[in-house]
Design a protein around this ligand. Structure first.
Ligand code: DMJ
Length: 674
């Protein structure tokens, strides 16, 4: 028990000898004063010092509190906006973050749970935006697309040089700034971005307050197929003017480049002209093939590239046109490529001299690339069928047989290299669906289809490989859960995907259409979305060569691009898959995506005077860096698939009658009797 004296003297009593009984307030004051006087000078000084210290502490904490109150009340909103904006970020004191609501508001219930915290955080008073400033970008579209510079690139018209313009506000940048209890938070750090194709597609009017006016009902719909024809004519115009009879157009320097010296673009484009109905162009190219094309040349060609582009292109043009000129030329090049198979293992060399009839591996190795030796089968098999000469088919099927039995696969996934002496996989441990392995998987399915679904080993290898992909390579990005196919390197997953992998949604869909499991189609849909996002999330609306994906929970963008991977070579894989997806689902969104991609090609790669160029930086709409090269597959594949995507005739190259080789040359599915 405490005595009453002890209770009364808590504040001033330093010793028991000075304590007195507690009665009321007045008596207490008198008693305290008396006690004060009885204290020694040292004791009084100590007490005063203590009081002074407490006072200073009180004053300091009061001023900091009023500063925070002022942020919410005293000052004008606009002052706050400007000053805070200049001041930059300050950390939110720990403990001041609002508690997240326990229940999810109805309007955001279908947003993935891991995205919710970011959306809920500013559920505290926000400073309203001053009327004079621009509205922060809308939150529609992927979370990484919130910032952009107000710079647009005007379309290049024929005869015009690239023109760039700033928007009417003189280039002021819109910034998303939210204020929470006086602390300014920028919505996102990083480079200012140009509006992306995805935002444009989503109709995001981020830079304008007014909704877009409704289009008059009478407006004539754009003829998308015709727009592809127009693009082809433009590309052809450049090729004809500056690269006629040569391998590739260099549209910026208005000259050409040779690879094999065999008119690669001309041959690759033959069946595209036929399919697009470009008769005049087809006739002039035919004439060149008849009068100028000769394979009797002392030149080294790559077996795979010349098979898929030249042999494949000639065979399909023969089928479409019925013109035996193309079959004769196909026989000629086919037989000249055969020396490649004269190796100890019968796994072919990568290079052949079609004039001398000799073959060799690349200078630095005796390895060949797995995709290259396993993606020539459709063409050589068809050549045998047409010529009734089995040597071609035997040679390529020997390769298939060996690879089927080979050790070193990982759940059906193949390494990237195979040795032409030993016939074994080398440099094992790396597995990808991208460069050096991609079309191995594609040709398993397509050979099975070509041969009338009889060769069950091909189907087994394909099904096992897709299971291997699902088990080992599939991941989802953060925050948007985009499904992608990563690469395995010595047991570790590298979250990167080549644009080349975008053939896979189309191939999976083709398999599902032919009775393979439904979950192949589910995966095709998911991968198709990712491949489209690889375009939509870039400032030019064009995909990089390689994308890196974010796996970190709740930080960063879904897709990142390393500086070395920012180029776009006008590749076809995504529009190829869009074509398959549309054919099998009839969902208009796939056509719309293809249309957006075509417009991006037109905006950033079309060269005045003729031709399209590959570019060096898909993230820079101001300076996409023209690489001065139009690959032959832009005419052979990209424009062909776009045209077929937009064509309303499902019988135009029916997928029940043809298989496309990996260079988009359609070859017939064999009649069941053959
Ligand atoms: C084409 O030559 C073929 O599609 C090949 O299978 C992969 N590379 C190019 C197009 O990107």
């Amino acid at each position: 028990m405490f005595s009453p004296q002890r209770k009364d003297c808590v504040s001033l009593t330093l010793g028991d000898q000075y304590s007195h009984g507690y009665t009321n307030g007045k008596h207490r004051r008198q008693s305290c004063w008396r006690k004060w006087k009885q204290l020694s000078r040292l004791q009084r000084s100590l007490i005063l010092l203590l009081l002074a210290f407490l006072f200073i502490c009180g004053v300091l904490s009061f001023s900091s509190l009023t500063e925070q109150w002022r942020g919410l009340s005293d000052r004008s909103v606009k002052e706050d906006w400007v000053e805070m904006d200049n001041r930059g970020l300050r950390p939110i004191p720990p403990g001041l973050l609002p508690k997240l609501p326990d229940s999810v508001p109805e309007v955001i219930q279908d947003i993935p749970p891991e995205v919710l915290p970011a959306l809920q955080r500013p559920s505290v008073p926000l400073l309203p935006k001053p009327p004079a400033m621009r509205k922060p970008p809308s939150k529609r579209g992927p979370p990484t697309l919130q910032k952009r510079a107000n710079v647009t690139v005007s379309h290049l018209k024929d005869g015009e040089d690239p023109v760039f313009r700033k928007e009417a506000d003189g280039g002021t940048e819109a910034r998303t700034v939210i204020s929470w209890r006086g602390v300014m938070i920028e919505a996102e750090q990083g480079t200012e971005l140009h509006p992306t194709a995805h935002e444009k597609e989503a109709g995001t009017q981020a830079d304008f307050d007014e909704p877009a006016p409704l289009k008059p009902v009478s407006e004539k719909p754009v003829d998308r197929a015709e727009a592809v024809r127009e693009a082809f004519r433009h590309a052809w115009k450049g090729y004809k003017a500056f690269a006629w009879g040569h391998d590739e157009l260099k549209p910026i320097s208005k000259t050409y480049a040779e690879w094999f010296g065999l008119g690669l673009t001309m041959i690759d484009a033959l069946d595209t002209m036929w399919i697009l109905g470009l008769k005049d162009e087809f006739e002039e190219a035919r004439k060149w093939v008849e009068t100028e094309l000769s394979f009797s040349k002392n030149v080294d060609v790559n077996l795979f590239e010349s098979t898929i582009r030249i042999l494949g292109g000639l065979l399909s043009t023969y089928h479409l046109s019925g013109d035996t000129l193309f079959l004769d030329k196909a026989k000629d090049i086919g037989s000249r490529l055969m020396p490649a198979f004269k190796t100890p293992s019968k796994i072919p060399f990568s290079d052949v001299n079609i004039g001398k009839g000799t073959a060799h591996p690349p200078r630095w190795t005796t390895d060949s690339t797995v995709a290259e030796v396993t993606s020539i089968q459709l063409e050589f098999r068809e050549l045998s069928r047409l010529t009734e000469d089995s040597q071609y088919q035997k040679a390529v099927e020997e390769v298939t047989k060996q690879v089927h039995k080979l050790e070193g696969k990982y759940d059906g996934l193949v390494p990237m290299f195979i040795n032409t002496n030993s016939g074994k996989f080398t440099r094992r441990g790396a597995f990808t669906l991208g460069a050096r392995a991609d079309s191995y998987y594609e040709y398993l399915l397509k050979q099975w289809l070509q041969g009338g679904k009889k060769e069950t080993e091909l189907l087994e290898d394909y099904l096992q490989a897709i299971e291997g992909v699902k088990k080992n390579l599939l991941r989802q990005t953060s925050p948007s859960k985009l499904t992608f196919v990563g690469e395995l390197s010595n047991g570790r997953l590298n979250p990167k995907m080549d644009h080349l992998v975008c053939f896979l949604p189309g191939t999976l869909a083709l398999g599902a259409h032919n009775g393979l499991p439904d979950d192949h189609m589910d995966l095709a849909r998911q991968l198709m979305e990712t491949c489209y996002q690889m375009y939509a999330q870039m400032e030019t609306g064009l995909s990089p060569e390689i994308a890196h994906f974010n796996l970190q929970y709740h930080t960063g963008r879904d897709i990142d691009v390393k500086p070395a991977d920012r180029h776009n070579l006008l590749r076809p894989e995504t529009v190829e898959s869009l074509f398959y997806m549309y054919r099998f689902t009839k969902e208009e969104k796939y056509r719309d995506w293809g249309w957006i991609i075509l417009q991006s090609f037109n905006k950033y790669t079309r060269v005045p005077g003729g031709g399209y160029t590959s570019i060096g930086n898909v993230r820079d709409p101001i300076n996409p860096v023209f690489r001065d090269k139009m690959e032959s597959f832009f005419l052979g594949e990209t424009l062909k698939y776009l045209f077929l995507l937009f064509s309303d005739d499902p019988e135009l190259i029916s997928l029940d009658k043809y298989v496309f080789n990996t260079e988009a040359h359609p070859l017939p599915i064999w009649p069941s009797t053959s």
